[in-house]
Design a protein around this ligand. Structure first.
Ligand code: SOE
Length: 401
């Protein structure tokens, strides 16, 4: 007899995101009062030895060596996709058509065409009470959720500038192996889709405005790398140790682009929306996971750096000459999500974003309310990614000096 209060999860993939999502499904009901109790029913992976070990380590009750078996099982209610982007469309569409809810890691797909098919399947499924979400987990950072709340409350006035950087350095070593994140046929793009997508989604979500145009430059610093053993270690960034054989890198190592956001009137005097400057790289030596965002408005500014993820800096021009940026510790019970964890001043970490993501998804499903970010939200990000790649390829607005 199926317990109507359980939500039985089947997860595909068990590397870095698989570990983070497993942690989230395990912890969500222990720190949040939920209308449905997630169960770690089965995990799927291609290699039986690997997926059996992952099931034992991550707490899954059973395992499969083919994701299709998860979708065929009638003891699975939700498919959680934690695999490289080239597999997202096939798995998500099959799951939705089989009546399974879907959580799909970011970016949604490796092309706009795939993302459009996924969005159509998601919207058809939602009409049948089958829901889906894309895993832009940084929205679940308390400080960024607070930033969105403050912008919506008008604490910055009209937004003029968006400044977003996502800086990592784990590929700075030219002998770091050629893993799936460096193979366009698997990852779709490099730093752009892997980490730039997070900045694009967060900037659009916090400002409440979509990007309507971009001008971009992409760079690949290291053109070939040692061919790795299969896939990745837990860090998702590949085992170390260079083999002698080297293969071509087919993605960008760094992306920089300017952006225009949708306007709604005289925000900047010409009726256009905010302007943005974005950077995504895995070669910023010394920066480990510096997902940064700064917004400048007509009456205030906000600044955030994920390497100090429990704080949000706020500048309020109304404070007069002694204004300065105030550093808000986002650990008060009134702040998003934090009341369910520790007393004020006790910070949380990266893994908590995934627990918050699971909580929000479960609450949406139980309330029959479409989750956010939806596949349509993720399709918008996919369109921005494609525009950036087209702009960089055209190289059309580059004035040589
Ligand atoms: C890439 O380096 C990565 O693992 C991303 O794939 C994740 O989405 C991000 O949260 C951490 O960095």
């Amino acid at each position: 007899m199926t317990d109507p209060r359980s939500l039985r999860v089947g997860m595909v993939g068990h590397a870095f995101m698989g570990a983070a999502h497993s942690h989230a499904w395990r912890t969500a009901p222990r720190f949040f009062d939920l209308p449905l109790r997630p169960e770690l029913t089965a995990v799927a992976g291609r290699n039986e030895g690997g997926v059996r070990a992952a099931a034992a380590k991550m707490g899954w009750a059973s395992y499969e060596t083919d994701w299709r078996a998860l979708i065929e099982r009638d003891d699975i209610d939700l498919i959680d996709i934690c695999t490289p982007g080239n597999t997202h469309a096939e798995i998500a569409i099959a799951a939705l058509e089989a009546g399974k809810h879907v959580l799909c890691e970011k970016p949604l797909a490796n092309s706009v065409a795939e993302a459009e098919r996924m969005t159509a399947a998601a919207e058809a499924a939602a009409a049948r009470g089958v829901y889906s979400m894309c895993g832009f987990s940084y929205r679940r950072t308390p400080a960024l959720a607070l930033a969105r709340r403050m912008v919506a409350e008008g604490r910055l006035g009209q937004i003029r500038h968006v400044r977003a950087q996502y800086l990592q350095d784990w590929l700075s070593d030219a002998d770091a192996p050629l893993t799936w994140r460096l193979d366009k046929s698997k990852s779709g793009s490099g730093s752009l889709g892997d980490i730039g997508a997070h900045s694009i989604d967060a900037a659009q979500w916090i400002t409440g405005r979509n990007i309507t145009g971009v001008s971009a430059l992409l760079e690949t610093f290291v053109k070939d790398r040692p061919v790795a053993g299969d896939l990745v270690g837990l860090g998702g960034h590949g085992a170390t140790g260079a083999d002698t054989v080297r293969g071509p890198v087919s993605v960008d190592d760094a992306a920089i682009f300017s952006a225009r956001f949708a306007g709604d009137g005289p925000a900047n005097g010409n009726g256009a929306g905010p302007i943005g400057v974005f950077e995504a790289t895995r070669f910023a030596l010394g920066r480990k996971n510096a997902m940064r965002l700064e917004l400048n408005g007509t009456t205030g500014s906000l600044a955030f750096d994920f390497e100090d993820m429990n704080a949000l800096s706020f500048y309020d021009a109304a404070d007069g000459p002694d204004a300065g940026f105030r550093k808000i510790q986002v650990t008060e019970p009134e702040h998003p999500y934090t009341g369910n964890w520790w007393p004020t001043g006790h910070p949380i970490g990266y893994e908590h974003l995934f627990t918050h993501q699971a909580v929000d998804l479960i609450n949406s499903i139980a309330r029959h309310h479409p989750p956010a970010p939806s596949f349509a939200d993720a399709l918008q990000v996919q369109k921005v990614l494609a525009a950036i790649e087209a702009s960089a390829a055209a190289n059309s607005h580059w004035e040589h000096v």
